[in-house]
Design a protein around this ligand. Structure first.
Ligand code: ATP
Length: 426
């Protein structure tokens, strides 16, 4: 027989807003836990730079937002803990023989729960309490509840309340835009934000740089600490290759292509655990296949970290070049293709497939072939090589790569059936 019902409300709380307060209030009224912990996540200290916050400030804001609710304590457990804050580990830490844990989740979290790290154990360790953040999510939430109950034997409670549609992202934008914050935040949280100048943009970091030679040289030096020496050499070679490809296909975009090339691998040296931590920090959804081949993480996390740490040197096109340089995807832009291809065929690559493709590309361009056809062909071939290698290694193939390959094939064959060599028919 459980004697204590312990509520747990975790989140980034950057900052805690009226939506969070509403969620906690509804939770306390309807579920009536004996005691509740509000637990801000431990996110890496580098998020604290550039007009952000600090762990201490998030704790202070949580105290300001939730401290007056009876039976609610603000816990610094995840903030003080080393490494990423996985919910499953927090639940293990809170385990006690006579305790039932009730985990409060907004709909965004609730609907993705089965993809969380070791979700099955989360379902066993806690009763999940879901609450809608936006209107019209009821059907989805009821369907997810039924699914969790069936698949995991989960215990799920849904709280039926009018949602308060606010997110911390909205609030940070409102602060940057100098809007009235009263509709978003409790007065006491506004006081902490004003006193500590949280989330205010630093002018210098927001101003975009013109990507002239001086800016690109500066960027080259700034990315160096993010890379191993070997990867730095590769990066510089991708920059050179991107410029060469740009000269053929996108002469107006050469500086941006060089910037994307310089930034494309900035998170590659991080291990899988750190990649997951960055994903959690930026709200990047991690698919099961990503977990099987963590090598593809760095394109997602690289784009997010580039946007944060190199904002003056980036724009949406550069970020999408970084985002899609590993897997490609359906509907690739010319810019994305060139970043992807530069990474594949740059001249320090020694794999046979890469050198063969590089030779083919420049031989055919040199022979005066239509550059459009050459590009389509080498894109197809690069996906063929990559997919074949992944199959050989027993690794999953990203669905985006298959979609991209198919699209290039359709383009190459003008939508007509591809004639198979005789051996393919046997
Ligand atoms: P961001 O916009 O930075 O992603 P957020 O507003 O989603 O932030 P979090 O700190 O990530 O806030 O959320 C912590 C928890 O609070 C999560 O379970 C989330 O679903 C829930 N939550 C956030 N906003 C609301 C809201 N408006 N109504 C109900 N629950 C919410």
């Amino acid at each position: 027989m459980k004697t204590e019902r312990l509520g747990l409300f975790g989140g980034t709380f950057a900052p805690p807003h009226r939506g969070h307060v509403h969620a906690l209030d509804a939770f306390l009224r309807t579920v009536k836990p004996d005691r509740t912990l509000v637990m801000p996540t431990g996110i890496p200290p580098h998020k604290s730079k550039d007009g952000g916050d600090t762990p201490a400030a998030r704790l202070a804001m949580c105290r300001a937002a939730f401290g007056t609710f009876p039976g609610v304590e603000i816990s610094d457990y995840e903030i003080k803990k080393d490494g990423p804050s996985y919910t499953v580990e927090t639940l293990r830490h809170l385990e006690a023989p006579d305790r039932e844990i009730l985990l409060l989740c907004g709909s965004d979290m609730f609907l993705t729960l089965s993809r969380w790290f070791q979700s099955e154990e989360i379902f066993h360790r806690a009763v999940i309490v879901g609450l809608a953040r936006e209107a019209d999510r009821e059907d989805e939430m009821h369907a997810a509840k039924a699914d969790y109950e069936k698949r995991f034997g989960a215990r799920v409670i849904l709280i039926d309340e009018e949602p308060v549609e606010i997110s911390s992202t909205d609030v940070r934008r409102a602060i940057r835009d100098g809007e009235d914050l009263a509709p978003y935040l409790p007065e006491a949280v506004i006081d902490v934000i004003r006193a500590e100048h949280l989330y205010e943009p630093e002018e210098a970091t927001m101003e975009k740089r013109i990507l002239d030679e001086a800016a690109l040289a500066e960027l080259s030096e700034k990315v160096r600490p993010y890379l191993t020496p070997k990867r730095y050499a590769h990066t510089k070679s991708v920059e050179k290759e991107a410029a060469a490809l740009g000269a053929i296909y996108l002469p107006d975009k050469i500086p941006s292509l060089r910037a994307a090339a310089l930034l494309h691998d900035i998170t590659k040296k991080e291990d899988a655990e750190k990649q997951l931590q960055i994903c959690a920090e930026f709200g990047i959804i991690v698919e099961q296949t990503d977990r099987l081949s963590p090598a593809v993480f760095h394109a997602k996390t690289g784009a997010a970290v580039a946007a944060r740490d190199f904002a003056p040197f980036t724009d949406d096109e550069i970020l999408s070049g970084i985002r899609w340089h590993t897997t490609g995807h359906s509907g690739m832009t010319r810019f994305e293709c060139l970043v992807y291809l530069a990474d594949y065929i740059e001249e320090t690559r020694t794999f046979d497939d890469c050198t063969a493709l590089r030779r083919e590309f420049y031989d055919r361009i040199g022979a005066g072939e239509d550059p459009e056809i050459v590009l389509t062909d080498v894109m197809i071939r690069s996906f063929d090589y990559t997919i074949a290698q992944l199959i050989e290694a027993g690794q999953p193939v990203a669905a985006e790569s298959v979609a991209a390959r198919n699209e290039f094939l359709i383009k190459r064959h003008d939508g007509q059936p591809v004639s198979l060599p005789a051996k393919g028919l046997s």
